[in-house]
Design a protein around this ligand. Sequence first.
Ligand SMILES: Cc1cc2nc3c(=O)[nH]c(=O)nc-3n(C[C@H](O)[C@H](O)[C@H](O)COP(=O)(O)OP(=O)(O)OC[C@H]3O[C@@H](n4cnc5c(N)ncnc54)[C@H](O)[C@@H]3O)c2cc1C
Length: 429
Amino acid sequence: MTAPDEVLSRLKDTVGAKGFSIDPGEIAPHLEEWRSKYHGHSPLLLKPATTAEVSAVLRICNETGTAIVTQGGNTGLVGGQIPLHGEVLLSTKRLNRLRGIDDGTVTAEAGVTLAQIQQAATERNSLFPLSLASEGSCTIGGNVATNAGGTHVLRYGMTRALVLGLEVVLANGTVLPMLRALQKDNSGYDLKQLFIGSEGTLGVITAACLRLFPRPDVAVTALAAVPSPQAAVALLCVMQSHTGGMLSAFELIPRIALEFVARHIEGTRDPLAAPSPWYVLMEATGGAHANLAASFEDGLAAAFASDLASDAVVASSVAQAAALWKLRESISESQKREGRLDQARHRRAGGGHPRVPGQGRTGGAGRGAWRAGRSASAIWETAISISISIHQALVTIRPSWHNGKRCNTRCMTSSRNSAARSAPSTASG
Ligand SMILES: Cc1cc2nc3c(=O)[nH]c(=O)nc-3n(C[C@H](O)[C@H](O)[C@H](O)COP(=O)(O)OP(=O)(O)OC[C@H]3O[C@@H](n4cnc5c(N)ncnc54)[C@H](O)[C@@H]3O)c2cc1C
């Protein structure tokens, strides 16, 4: 499917010397996806720096029937950004300007990374709530194109809910200027919605106008052990009710994901005393005047009382909250490393198709089959890693909690039965 030389020359002329590469060394990182599952090839990497250049590129591609793939930060996990059939590759990395920011909105070009937008919002004491583990590399154009979710969908919605306006170039080069910042807008069709989640199939997003929110003053973060997903759903209702709907994150995590993280990611550990089949990482955020910590702890106490949770750890510092979030945000990375380990084990054992944890096998039968298939040494490694984690958790997280101010803080560090009736303690756990 490689385009003729004459077309490639026209495309190069359109973007100028800085706007393209045919250097295999420079193109190579754009051809492989993050988990090394998809590999592509391309004769030409285009790096347009303006909307006008994107428009000119697409017009030529349209005229000549040249296939093109758009790529942002190349963090997508399903290979949509990889030129699998030798397409021309269009990178948005040079569309990297913040066009404007005020207290309620930020307008950024497609290649600005999510972390840069978060930082720009923070500098104005505002919040851009989209948050993904890939935020240092993924771009806002990619986030909009994939309608990314992340960890704060519960309070703020998917990316779709954060977009006020878009600038898009259609396949024939037409620029759709839809960069409106107006929230209360009922003027006819909302065309931008078509492009959110369209993964580059309908056009190239060149800029987005996004909503900003007030920055919360207080955050309460906890990891709770729950017996089942059903209990987690009930726990969500209990916590929302006790905090007046202030939960901003509520992430269900299976035990196996925590095992992978503890095994592969340096500086992580299981902070709870005993393994549980499921965990919930939750966070409530609000203003300085809301008594959020107290209502959060009351919610947890109610959850213990009705067997919705068996144990929990509440962060008592920003560092502890970050440590809990690291468990969640490292899941993708740990899956990748576990997958490689599993492939290597299979190769050594002379096995056939390696299994990829977390891929294509869901539900009890699949998971059971996968676990049963693991080698005894793998299970042993996991057991060691858990016991080390418990030890480290006891000496690092628990003491600082026990300096907690509320008497039921201790209840949440230990199991419901032993905890609830303990007096506040200064013991170091
Ligand atoms: C560690 C890790 C954690 C992740 N966590 C999450 C998560 O919690 N939630 C989640 O939703 N995703 C998650 N992802 C997936 C990924 O980060 C998101 O899908 C992200 O939105 C992709 O952005 P990108 O800039 O890297 O896009 P790319 O990977 O470059 O592209 C993704 C798709 O969007 C298209 N595209 C990119 N830019 C444009 C544009 N300007 N115009 C039109 N189409 C475009 C591409 O053609 C492709 O189809 C995670 C990935 C990793 C590696």
